[in-house]
Design a protein around this ligand. Structure first.
Ligand code: PHE
Length: 358
């Protein structure tokens, strides 16, 4: 006959020393499971005499109840411990600073375009657009490039295959100036627009890539003169490079679509491998500009006796390099994420005049 007191003691000890819910479950199966020690005792009662059964029954049932209760209590205790441990392990310290997880970034060219748009928007300019694939009329003819003139070749133009029906050869626009034409032909003056976009020339070396970006500007109104052009550009460059004054010169130049034409330079010093503005005897070429040629106004359906205007165009990538110290042009378009991680800008810091432009 099993010593009930000894069995109970063993089971209670085993339950007490079980260190996990799973270990308690093992004890439960060993005692109360189908072929467990306590279940075995209960099954064996059928073979006892009625007297013995009357005596043993309550003892075994009592043992079973106490063991069950001990198991339930130990399980509850261990479950509470396990929950505490889990809560502790999964605790999040909300006072820690967030980890920077920036994967992408805004390309310096796009950042600078946004900056330019923000500055010109404050000066009352709207943004206009045109297609990357242009026709000869908008890219050259309406802009006063004479037919067969070498200037068309000068631009190192990418020509598309001729149209099988018309023989027309479209081009990848060589500058953003065709947007001037599109704007003058589709809206009435006064006009005050800028046109940022992609441009293409068959050119590839340390300072040229076949695809680059320009921003065009166009103002058409009555009585517009060079003074308006100079003030507008000087104000813009000052804002863009965050300078209080801008020592600029307007050097005579030639573009078919402006007369007079000029290139704007800012005074700079390049000694010691550092670029500083407004000191020194060097000049940094920044942009091309001029008064819109009367032939261009006429080609766009505007009377040059009634309307005048000025236009300007500048290379965005080059200005981005100057402003943000990017040393080499070509990696700008390599799509190397390491380059972008270094030179890119946060997408959550879009430039605007109120919170800052750069
Ligand atoms: N389109 C000229 C260029 O690509 C720049 C320019 C624009 C000059 C407008 C004058 C006026 O070089």
């Amino acid at each position: 006959m099993t010593d009930l007191a000894q069995l109970e003691l063993d089971l209670i000890n085993a339950i007490g020393s079980a260190e996990s819910v799973a270990a308690v479950e093992e004890v439960r199966v060993a005692a109360l499971g189908k072929s467990g020690s306590v279940s075995g005792l209960l099954k064996g009662m059928g073979a006892l005499s009625p007297d013995a059964r009357r005596e043993q029954g309550p003892l075994i049932n009592g043992l079973r109840d106490r063991v069950s209760a001990a198991i339930a209590a130990r399980k509850a205790e261990l479950e509470a411990d396990e929950l505490d441990a889990r809560l502790l392990a999964e605790r999040v310290d909300l006072t820690l600073p967030p980890r920077p997880r920036r994967k992408g970034g805004v390309h310096p060219t796009m950042q600078v375009m946004d900056e330019m748009v923000a500055i010109f928007a404050e000066m009352g300019f709207a943004v206009a657009e045109g297609p990357d694939v242009e026709d000869d009329f908008h890219n050259f003819t309406a802009l006063n490039f004479p037919p067969k003139h070498p200037a068309r070749e000068m631009h190192d133009t990418f020509f598309l295959k001729p149209d099988p029906q018309t023989g027309e050869r479209k081009v990848l626009r060589t500058h953003t100036s065709p947007v001037q034409v599109r704007t003058m032909m589709s809206q009435q003056p006064p006009i005050r627009i800028i046109a940022p976009g992609r441009t293409f020339r068959k050119d590839s070396d340390a300072t040229h890539t076949p695809m680059f970006h320009q921003i065009e500007g166009l103002v058409i109104d009555r009585d517009i003169h060079m003074g308006h052009l100079k003030t507008t550009l000087q104000t813009f460059i000052g804002r863009f490079f965050e300078l209080d004054e801008v020592q600029a010169r307007f050097r005579p130049h030639h573009f078919p679509f402006t007369e007079p034409s000029a290139e704007m330079d800012i005074r700079c010093d390049r000694s010691g491998g550092q670029l500083t503005f407004n000191t020194g005897d060097d000049w940094l070429e920044i942009l091309g500009c001029g008064m819109v040629h009367p032939n261009v106004l006429s080609a766009c359906g505007l009377d040059p006796n009634e309307w005048q205007g000025f236009a300007f165009g500048m290379g965005v990538d080059r200005l981005a390099m100057l402003k943000y110290g990017v040393p080499d042009l070509r990696p700008m378009f390599d799509a190397d994420t390491r380059w972008l991680a270094h030179y890119g800008f946060s997408a959550f810091a879009a430039p605007n005049p109120a919170s800052g432009l750069s």
